[in-house]
Design a protein around this ligand. Structure first.
Ligand code: GLU
Length: 475
């Protein structure tokens, strides 16, 4: 087998989206599994949609995830240039070859003429419209006149008659398309810029790409690409079209769906871990042979098997994302968790009055629960609030007749020296004095000082709240 070479080919139209990140990831895993190369190519021919900084942003978030290209615009290795807009002369050369071989022709029809004709086809009841081949059928005199006129033209492929394009998709198996369903499409636009389907074939061939993993929205582009491979007499790469990512309602993820964060930048901003995101995305449309769900990058590279890519849509399971991230955070040393979370806290609350040790203990209190850095802000709210809000469950505890009893007893026996040991002792004294124990005792105190029925270890919570806050909240 030739050396495996795959590519991730984003358009620099914005930040790295979860769908693209997954495409990059599967290409990367496949390449690394087979000791191959992972190439980054920038498909910037849709110049109106390109955004300033789009390419840098793609690179930045790929690197953040640990998906490092072996070749890219900034790290060329002899297959460049790696930006399509720097390859225009190459596309021109191959387009001319096709014209000479009779596989393509210049089309001088204006968009008004084309629209008019397409409208006629619609009015005549055609299900789909296609180019009427007016310029293909021009006489040689007409052609010569047009050539001299310097009118703008596109270059169209002459789609072969009655040809079936068959390929074996690595995920879907055999896929067939008929050429009669495809009109003569444009290879090069009037401005000299190639269309996606043309550029991608020239590039994949010249960059010696062996396998293409991409989204299923490109499945119907594949016959257009295959006809070019055939015309040039080139061996096409293997294709794998990955299924959609859907939301929890099983609807295709749309960029307007705000119930799911879809950009890597958003995850990074909130303090999700790149290793966890890498792990989570690998399970978005791929599954290992075993039940295992937590994998390091190295393990994923080792066990990745393209035959186990899913044939059905993969659901973006937010709970799983949280769970995977939590698993990774749990494994981190506390210093790392502090580094990850405290900056968020410092932005929301004034930490100047708290010692380093106190902050350390606070983070440690939530270490096991934390799923992303910013979450510390909501988790630890009870320590910083001026007034507590009691939810329905907590309100109910306030109505228990035991609650005011434990409250005043606890106030009466607050330890002089504030330590967890002494707080435990206070609890014991309250228990003895009031005869109240178990849930009515512990839940009563918890709700009074935190406003919540659930939370981290009660003694540590009391200790970290400190004598003033505890006293105030019990008054
Ligand atoms: N630039 C294309 C996209 O972002 C790449 C498609 C392909 O992989 O062929 O969808």
């Amino acid at each position: 087998m030739n050396k495996v070479r795959v590519r991730y080919a984003p358009s620099p139209t914005g930040h790295l989206h979860i769908g693209n990140a997954r495409t990059a990831l599967f290409n990367y895993l496949f390449a690394k599994h087979y000791d191959g190369d992972f190439v980054l190519r920038i498909e910037d021919t849709d110049i109106e949609r390109n955004v300033e900084g789009g390419e840098e942003s793609q690179m930045y978030y790929l690197n953040w995830l640990g998906i490092t290209p072996d070749e890219s615009p900034s790290n060329p290795k002899g297959y460049g240039p790696y930006r399509q807009m720097e390859r225009l002369d190459l596309y021109q050369k191959y387009a001319n070859q096709l014209i000479e071989a009779g596989h393509a022709y210049k089309c001088y029809c204006t968009s008004e003429e084309l629209d008019e004709d397409y409208q006629k086809q619609i009015d005549a009841g055609h299900a789909s419209t296609r180019y009427n081949r007016k310029c293909l059928h021009m006489s040689s005199e007409e052609k010569a006149l047009k050539e001299q006129s310097e009118l703008p033209f596109t270059i169209r492929i002459r789609v072969p008659d009655e040809t079936t394009y068959t390929f074996t998709d690595m995920i879907r198996g055999e896929v067939k398309f008929e050429s009669k369903d495809i009109g003569d499409w444009v290879l090069v636009k009037t401005n000299g810029i190639p269309t996606y389907n043309f550029a991608v074939v020239i590039d994949d061939y010249l960059m010696a790409i062996t396998h293409v993993f991409r989204g299923e929205e490109h499945l119907s582009n594949t016959p257009k690409q295959l006809m070019l491979y055939e015309m040039f007499g080139w061996q096409p790469p293997e294709f794998a079209h990955m299924t959609l990512i859907v939301n929890e309602q099983r609807k295709k993820l749309s960029k307007r769906d705000h119930s799911i964060m879809q950009y890597m930048s958003q995850y990074k901003e909130l303090g999700y871990l790149p290793e966890a995101m890498f792990n989570f995305m690998a399970l978005l449309g791929w599954s290992p042979e075993t039940e295992q769900e937590i994998f390091s990058k190295e393990e994923l590279i080792r066990v990745f098997d393209e035959k186990r890519l899913s044939k059905s849509p993969s659901m973006f399971d937010k709970q799983k994302l949280t769970w995977v991230n939590n698993r990774y955070i749990k494994e981190l040393p506390i210093e790392k968790v502090i580094e990850l979370s405290v900056p968020y806290l410092a932005k929301e609350v004034d930490l100047s009055g708290y010692s380093e040790q106190w902050i350390h203990q606070l983070v440690a209190l939530y270490h096991d629960q934390l799923s992303y850095g910013h979450e510390i802000v909501t988790l630890s709210e009870l320590f910083f609030k001026e007034t507590l809000n009691f939810d329905d469950e907590a309100q109910e505890v306030l109505t228990w007749e035991t609650t005011p009893v434990v409250k005043s007893a606890f106030l009466n026996h607050l330890p002089e020296i504030w330590s967890i040991e002494n707080l435990k002792e206070t609890m014991n004294v309250v228990k003895k004095e009031t005869g109240i124990k178990g849930k009515p005792l512990f839940m009563g105190i918890r709700v009074l000082v935190s406003g919540q029925c659930h939370g981290p270890d009660l003694m540590s919570t009391l200790f970290l709240l400190g004598p003033d806050k505890v006293k105030n909240r019990l008054m």
